[in-house]
Design a protein around this ligand. Structure first.
Ligand code: SF4
Length: 489
């Protein structure tokens, strides 16, 4: 986790969701459907992709470095993945680095048969568990945190695979949405707090699981519901679905940043349109932090819905004052070291005809290191903007995420180093404001943040991490005021 990505310079000033997962059981086109579903989840991971399928006898797997369309570029490749059950994974590097051996789904032959696993999230005690497993003789094939789960399942003494799986999950901390395959069928589950998303859908007789509802839309499946926090949904090859809730009851804490940035705007999370929530954040921002300006301009694409909300609430006209190139490749060759400043311009360029002489409100979803914001403000000034007021559709990102999101170390986060006035000076804006944490909660339909029992994970804004973080204890404060106390179900 927290690696520097070779291709991230274009978007280097964003937090990054690190994985997307998809699975289907009961379809004759399982692998092709999985490739299509993963394509819709490509924004959640652009470094590597893998698909594993099962034809009733054997498991088949193909994994590669690159985008879904690159790795699964011909029907022939999908022909190597027969069977009515398949699952897949798109990723950036999470724990363990970027080698092919870490590309998921991971697969192992256990005493009970084949077991494949695709994971979105991060196991925050994986290093500690791995040390203990290695001491007992386990040999790891990858450096991925996810492999710890396979070893825990393999060494559990419970009689059924489901019990062994639950036994393994009781030992892990952190965030996990998982899609697993065995010869008996598919198991999809979310950690007890439901930090990372997972939805369930249906197409014909097939059952589909995906990180986001947009992947169901794209394959033509109908959304049934979310996999609930702490729930394991098991589907066998006859299509029989069973739901299990083996963990104690705790109040869920789904990641609030999914609404702000990670999820696609055409997804639904917990019944809410991501697009509508983002617009609503813009409304809250306009109420909390108005600006005397002529135009509202989004930083595309992620700032667009919040800018529409800001413009509607403030009455200030919305304009596309920055145009985004959609043809920025990952492997663009830098003309020279000195051309690094061109990164932002290659992707975003000022629309001078709109901006010149105007006082503008720039809307972006977040500020991480601040470097991109600084360049975009400068770009607006170079295009003749009279004033540049920056408004951010999330609270200041002051803390690192340990739940499967690629975040710089805390010392690199601008908001961890400076107050808002100093940040405004750093990015050279005439004014800077962030939506408040309660404003963000209002946008997701709450009255306010419940301080003693927050309705979401918001730790990157508040530092209030909702789980134990054994492997990262030295990197967080000792104060975790809302750490859930597990109640026996
Ligand atoms: S720390 Fe932030 S990004 Fe990470 S899960 Fe929590 S809200 Fe999401």
């Amino acid at each position: 986790m927290n690696m520097t990505h070779p291709f991230r310079d274009l978007d280097g000033d964003k937090l990054r969701e690190e994985c997307g997962i998809f699975g289907v059981i009961g379809s004759k086109d399982a692998a092709a459907m999985t490739a299509l579903g993963l394509h819709a989840l490509q924004h959640r991971g652009q470094e590597a992709v893998g698909i594993t399928s099962f034809d009733g006898q054997e498991f088949y797997s193909r994994r590669g470095i690159g985008h879904v369309a690159q790795v699964f570029s011909s029907e022939g490749l999908l022909g190597e993945l027969p069977g009515a059950m398949a699952s897949g994974h798109v990723r950036y590097s999470t724990t363990g680095g970027s080698g092919l051996r870490n590309v998921q789904p991971l697969f192992a032959d256990l005493a009970s048969g084949g077991f494949s696993i695709a994971h979105n999230g991060n196991i925050s005690n994986a290093t500690t568990l791995k040390r203990e497993l290695v001491r007992k003789g386990a040999i790891f094939q990858s450096t991925s945190d996810t492999e710890v789960i396979i070893h825990l399942v393999a060494t559990s003494r419970y009689p059924t695979l489901l019990d062994r799986f639950v036994d393994a999950l009781r030992l892990v901390e952190g965030a996990y949405s998982l899609i697993c395959m065995t010869s008996e069928g598919m198991i999809a589950c979310r950690d007890p707090l439901g930090i990372r998303p997972l939805v369930m859908g249906r197409i014909g007789d097939a059952i589909v699981f995906a990180s986001e509802s947009v992947a169901l839309d794209v394959v033509g499946a109908e959304l049934i519901r979310e996999v609930e926090p702490g729930e394991l949904v098991q589907v066998d090859h006859k299509g029989i679905i069973s739901s299990h809730r083996p963990f104690g009851t705790v109040n869920p804490r789904p990641c609030i940043f999914e609404h702000v940035y990670f999820s696609r705007p055409d997804s639904l999370i917990d019944g809410l349109s991501v697009y509508e929530v983002r617009k609503h954040i813009g409304v809250e921002l306009a109420k909390e932090s108005p600006a005397n300006a002529d135009l509202v301009i989004p930083v595309p694409d992620s700032g667009v819905p919040a800018a529409i909300g800001y413009a509607q609430e403030s009455g200030i006209p919305f304009e596309l004052g920055i145009i985004r190139s959609h043809y920025v490749g990952r492997t663009f060759i830098q003309p020279s070291d000195g051309a690094r400043h061109a990164d932002v311009k290659r992707k975003h360029n000022a629309n001078r005809a709109i901006v010149e002489g105007k006082r503008i409100v720039l809307i972006d979803d977040s500020i991480v290191r601040g470097t991109t914001s600084m360049k975009i403000v400068q770009m607006m000034r170079d295009a003749g903007a009279a004033e540049v007021h920056m408004r951010i559709a999330s609270p200041p990102t002051e803390h690192s995420c340990f739940y499967g999101v690629d975040t710089p170390e805390r010392s690199k986060l601008l908001a961890a180093r400076m107050d808002v006035a100093a940040m405004a000076e750093f990015i050279q804006a005439d004014s800077l404001a962030f939506v408040s944490i309660d404003g963000l909660y209002r946008a997701v339909g709450e009255k306010e943040r419940n301080k003693s029992c927050p309705q979401h994970c918001d730790a990157c804004f508040t530092g209030d991490y909702p789980t134990r973080l054994t492997d990262f204890a030295d990197r967080i404060g000792s104060d975790q005021p809302s750490l859930p106390i597990e109640k026996v179900a």
